[in-house]
Design a protein around this ligand. Structure first.
Ligand SMILES: [Zn+2]
Length: 313
């Protein structure tokens, strides 16, 4: 084994959240060997960088190697490679890649966590063996990423994949007599306000249930409660419309769905027909699959990005 291949045979994937940073240590086949978490320092940027460096140095000690490094985080790196993050305030506006590479003395790859979910599912996950894979999260937000032949499609603004911030269908807003909602991103009328978890809860309350709880919604749906059935019909039209824009834009072979709402099997089962309703005759929904890796997608996708980045240098 050459010194070089030994140096890159393990890979570290880091998933940075607003409260915890998780690191996963992966072998050359992306099998998880070890993982642990620390609290995220959100107020002091140097403490934040040092927390990441400490995880890497501990990983080196445990593996006896210097693994390649990939990092996923919410928000994006803008086209000047500066962080825009809603939940790690101290990193906003900072050149995290440059700073970490200085601190660690090795290359680092960083991407949005929803994009890395897509990459993880494209490589060995539910999208494996399909050339064009779209990974879509429907959870507290709605974001995703496009993978072409097991590589994440990366763009100059690093924004490609943010399907939740495409406009909601005006036709559906009129059909259900719904107000145009503000979105947390600062835009107005985004799909996310209707299709992410809080959007589903909002719809359920709006139609008269008296609750925003999506857990209650699922119970009521299974009891065939009329308000839950109406909410479900409306929700699936918005979700089908949003996913039809993915088909019209990218025509993926498979859409892998993850996030909290993907665990509601009624949604996954109804999705192909809901997409087809918004496509031309003769155009069919791609395969819809539930994510294989679930909550471990963050660290796994980051590790795959880190390995691919190191291999390309
Ligand atoms: Zn938005």
């Amino acid at each position: 084994m050459s010194a070089n291949s030994k140096n890159t045979s393990v890979t570290y994937g880091l998933d940075i959240g607003g409260t915890k940073i998780e690191i996963g240590l992966f072998d050359h086949q992306f099998e998880l060997m070890d993982s642990w978490r620390v609290s995220t320092p959100t107020h002091d940027y140097n403490e934040f960088l040092q927390a990441i460096a400490d995880l890497i140095f501990e990983a080196d000690k445990r593996t006896g190697q210097q693994g390649s490094i990939g990092i996923g985080m919410p928000g994006i790196l803008d086209k000047n490679a500066l962080v825009k993050s809603a939940n790690v305030h101290c990193a906003t506006g900072k050149p995290i890649v440059t700073d970490l590479e200085m601190l660690l003395g090795r290359s680092v790859a960083v991407a949005n966590d929803c994009r890395l979910f897509a990459l993880s599912e494209s490589c060995g996950g539910a999208g494996d063996k399909h050339p064009i894979v779209y990974g879509a999260i429907i959870g507290t937000g709605a974001g995703g990423g496009l993978c072409l032949h097991n590589k994440l499609y990366q763009s100059s603004n690093n924004i490609a994949g943010e399907y939740g911030h495409l406009p909601a269908s005006g036709h559906l807003l009129a059909k259900y007599n719904l107000p145009v909602r503000e979105c947390g991103c600062g835009l107005t009328g985004c799909s996310e306000a209707y299709i992410a978890g809080p959007g589903l809860g909002w719809l359920y309350n709006h139609f008269g249930s008296g609750t925003f709880s999506t857990i209650q919604f699922v119970c009521d749906l299974r009891d065939k409660n009329p308000i839950a059935l109406k909410t479900f019909a409306c929700y699936m039209e918005f979700l089908g419309s949003a996913f039809s824009t993915l088909v019209l834009s990218y025509d993926p072979d498979v859409i892998v769905v993850g996030g909290g709402l993907s665990k509601i099997e009624e949604i996954i089962d109804a999705l192909p027909n809901a997409i087809n309703a918004h496509l031309f005759d003769g155009v069919e929904s791609p395969v819809i699959s539930s994510a294989v890796f679930g909550d471990s997608s963050g660290v796994r996708g980051a590790a795959i990005l880190g390995r691919q980045h190191a291999d390309n240098r």
